[in-house]
Structures are given as structure tokens and as C-alpha cells.
Ligand binder design. Structure first.
Ligand code: ARG
Length: 463
């Protein structure tokens, strides 16, 4: 029984069935097959170059691994739970295919550095894919912003009407968040693409290996500096998990706004049919389920991050089997963030904005009060006093159920004799947006500049 296990040499009795089921990882880590084969192929070729294996042996192993890969991709591979994980399943099949030479593949290597390399390769590929999806979403946001430079809506603080902003500016706020998410991933790739192969179990090995050539062959730019660090740390899992958590937080805030804005009380957007669902009982309903589920799924990404942080915290150096728990949270976060980014790009490109509803809302919340205060400051009144005068004017307008600009000049002059006919230019909402000239503000020059800068960012990413 125990002799069937690759590590079964010292074992007399077989593994308990429940133990086997509890400890296996092949049911999920089979997803790493291509990365494992790429790492093993590079390892075998390096062993050939270093004279640890003959070149014929190395090539036989590489050919055999390519055949295993074909079998897996054709759906013909028999995965075995008894063989625990993707690594031993592949090695075992290799030996079946090419005979005893297959047993030489594991020379100078341990599953500890093997799994590290395979998972790093897998993660690097996923991170690159997320970056592609982020780019797509930023492109959509830039496009929608370009179309909506003249649309204004209430900007909120505390979800209370604050000052008018352009819809373009609002959308670009998110675009910038996603560019930083992309930078975070780019930076994380520097640390993900470090090859641990050659660390062996934990102490390095007595074989004359050349880890740098393995790293180069798999497209990594660096090798480990410390064999114990190489097999023990999981920062290369945690950094992308933090990045996905933050991406999901950003997406979730967008979702929240889509949900609010599609409520008829706001009426700022109409959901595209393809991204909404109806109610089984209320015929009038059009529900923002995609946005709600995305907001809900954000917790999964945070959960993955927490699970991995917790798994790591008490582990003595070096490899501990706990580390096998790094895979499922990552796969779940990957699926969550990949689908969410794609869906948000699709939903944002088709969302119908309602500029009339946005303008009507702008008129409701005294969003030009700051303008009146600034106007009074311009007439020589200290800001604190101007603030007070404006507050009194707002209270007066509110009691009449009208906006500030609906008050007559005489009425306004009751609050300050410095107020003149020119006040109405200042109270104009579009003018309020136009007059904001500071860099990064909602003013049209700033928005144009942002569009230019994001356009260059997109171009750079396309290369
Ligand atoms: N499936 C294991 C993992 O994902 C592979 C490494 C096992 N190493 C060991 N020494 N048992 O972590």
C-alpha cells in the first residue's frame, strides 16, 4: 500500500482514506499543470546542461512532459488522489511514459521549491491578465468621460449635496484608482517573478545546479538569495491578494453608486437590460443585481487575503504543509476579480446616463452656496463672515422652497449690501464648474488634462 506513494519508502501501512482526502490538493492544484510542466522542463534542461543528467535524458524528460501536457489538455489524463498533488501526478505519469529516466527529474529538487516556482508562474500569468482587464476598464471610463464633459451632477460628501462636478470628473476619479491598482500589480510582479528553484527542500543542494538559467528559461528576472526564504515565504501570493482586495473595494464603490443612481429617486442612470434582472412578483422592477453581487463578492477577496495572512503568521521556517492552503483562496480571488473587472467594463460601456435628472438634482441641494460665499470674499468680506451670510441666505431660500438663484436681488441684498446683479453669474452651476481652474479640479481644463494623461497611460499599457 504505502509503496504506492512516491515518499512511501519508510512507511509500512497505508494512508487512512479520510486523511488522504483531507490532505490531497490535486482536486484544485491541477490548475497549475502548465506552470508545473514549464518549471520541470526548465529544471530538466538545466540538469542536462550541468551534466547532472545526460542531454539525452534531459530531452527524454522534456518530451515526456510535453506528452503529459497534451494528455491533460485533451482531457485524457487520469488524475489520482492517492498521488496527492499536481506535481506527483505529473511526475508519476512521466515515469509511466518514458520509464526510469522519469525518476531522475526530481534530482536536486524538492516539492517545496517546485511548488513555489509553479505557483509563482501561475500567479504571474493571472496578474498579467488582471492588468489587461484593468486597462480595458480604464479605457471604457475614459471614453464615457470624454462623452460627458458637459454633463454636471451633484458631487457629494457624507452623501449630502456638496458642489456641482462634471460627470467626466466623477468617472475619471475611478479611472485613476484603477491606474494605481495596475501600478501595484506591476510592482508586485517584480517580486512574484523570482525563481525559488534550486533552494531544494530548504538548504540548497549538493548538485551543481544553475538556478539563474532556470529563472531565465521560465522568463523570471531573478533567483532567490536565501534558500530558506525561497521555500518559506508567500509574499508573492499575499501581494496580489491585497491588490485584488483593493480592486474589489474600488469596484464595489462604483457598484454602490450604480445601485444608488439607478434608484428612481436619483434616476441618474438607466441600467442596460443585459446587466439587470427583473422581479418574479413586481413587474415594474429592474434590479441592479450585477452591481449588488459584485459588491457582495468583495468580501470573498478580503476573505482570501485574511485566510492567507492568518495561515502564514505562526509558521516556523521553512515549508509547512499549512502553505498548501495558499491555493484555493487565490483561485477564488482570481475568479472573482477577473469576472468582476470584465463585467464592470461591459456594464459601464452600456450604462445610459440621464443628464436632465442630474441637472435637476444639482438645482435641489444649494450646490452653489460655496460660490456665493466665495463671491462675498471677492467683495472684501472675510470668509468666515461670508460663510455665515450665505448660510442665512440658504435658510431663507429653503424656507421658501426655492434655490438661491431664484431669490430676487432685493432679497439677497437683505443678507449683504455687497451683493450685486453680477451675483447671478456666480450662482450659475455650469459656471461654478468652469471657474475651477486648479490642477486636478473638476474644471474643464483639468478634465481635458486628465483625459490626455490617461490617454497616454493607455497607450503606454498597449505597448
Ligand atoms: N501540494 C503541496 C503544496 O501545495 C506541495 C508541497 C508539498 N511538500 C511537502 N514537503 N509535502 O504546498
Amino acid at each position: 500500500m504505502a509503496k504506492e506513494k512516491m515518499w512511501g519508502g519508510r512507511f509500512a501501512a497505508g494512508t487512512d482514506a479520510l486523511v488522504e482526502e483531507y490532505t490531497e490538493s490535486v482536486s484544485f492544484d491541477s490548475a497549475l499543470y502548465a506552470a508545473d510542466i514549464a518549471g520541470s522542463t526548465a529544471h530538466a534542461r538545466m540538469l542536462g546542461r550541468q551534466g547532472v543528467l545526460t542531454n539525452e535524458e534531459a530531452e527524454a524528460i522534456a518530451d515526456g512532459l510535453a506528452r503529459v501536457r497534451e494528455e491533460i489538455e485533451a482531457g485524457k489524463f487520469q488524475w489520482s488522489q492517492a498521488l496527492e498533488d499536481v506535481h506527483m501526478n505529473i511526475e508519476s505519469r512521466l515515469t509511466e511514459l518514458i520509464g526510469d529516466t522519469g525518476k531522475k527529474l526530481h534530482t536536486g529538487r524538492s516539492r517545496n521549491d517546485q511548488v513555489g516556482l509553479a505557483f509563482r508562474l501561475f500567479i504571474a500569468e493571472r496578474v498579467r491578465s488582471w492588468r489587461g482587464s484593468i486597462r480595458k476598464l480604464v479605457k471604457v471610463l475614459v471614453q464615457r468621460a470624454e462623452e460627458n464633459q458637459d454633463v454636471i451632477l451633484p458631487g457629494f460628501t457624507h452623501l449630502q449635496p456638496a458642489q456641482p462636478v462634471s460627470l467626466a470628473h466623477h468617472l475619471l476619479a475611478y479611472a485613476w484608482m484603477f491606474t494605481r491598482d495596475d501600478e501595484r500589480l506591476e510592482s508586485a510582479l517584480n517580486r512574484i517573478c523570482i525563481s525559488p528553484l534550486g533552494a531544494a527542500a530548504l538548504a540548497g543542494t549538493t548538485y551543481p545546479l544553475d538556478p539563474a538559467s532556470v529563472a531565465e528559461e521560465v522568463g523570471f528576472h531573478r533567483v532567490f538569495s536565501n534558500s530558506m526564504d525561497a521555500v518559506a515565504d508567500r509574499d508573492f501570493v499575499l501581494e496580489p491578494l491585497f491588490a485584488t482586495s483593493l480592486i474589489m473595494a474600488h469596484l464595489s464603490r462604483m457598484c454602490e453608486e450604480i445601485i444608488l443612481w439607478s434608484n428612481p429617486g436619483f434616476g441618474f442612470v438607466r441600467l442596460p437590460d443585459a446587466y439587470a434582472t427583473g422581479s418574479s412578483i413586481m413587474p415594474q422592477k429592474k434590479n441592479p443585481d450585477v452591481a449588488e453581487i459584485m459588491r457582495g463578492k468583495t468580501g470573498r477577496a478580503y476573505g482570501a487575503l485574511m485566510a492567507m495572512l492568518t495561515a502564514l503568521k505562526g509558521l516556523p521556517l521553512t515549508y509547512n504543509r499549512d502553505l498548501q492552503e495558499d491555493k484555493e483562496p487565490f483561485f477564488d480571488a482570481d475568479r472573482t476579480v477577473s469576472m468582476s473587472l470584465e463585467l464592470m467594463a461591459g456594464m459601464m460601456s452600456e450604462l445610459a446616463f440621464n443628464p436632465q435628472a442630474m441637472r435637476a438634482a444639482v438645482k435641489k441641494g444649494f450646490l452653489n452656496a460655496t460660490e456665493l460665499a466665495d463671491y462675498l470674499v471677492g467683495k472684501g468680506i472675510p470668509f468666515r463672515e461670508a460663510h455665515h451670510i450665505t448660510g442665512a441666505a440658504v435658510a431663507h431660500a429653503e424656507s421658501k422652497g426655492v434655490a438661491l438663484e431664484d431669490l430676487s436681488l432685493e432679497e439677497l441684498q437683505q443678507f449683504s449690501d455687497r451683493i450685486d446683479q453680477d451675483v447671478y453669474d456666480v450662482l450659475d452651476y455650469d459656471a461654478a464648474v468652469r471657474r475651477r481652474k486648479t490642477p486636478g479640479s473638476t474644471g474643464p481644463e483639468s478634465v481635458k488634462q486628465q483625459l490626455t494623461d490617461l490617454g497616454s497611460w493607455l497607450l503606454k499599457k498597449a505597448r
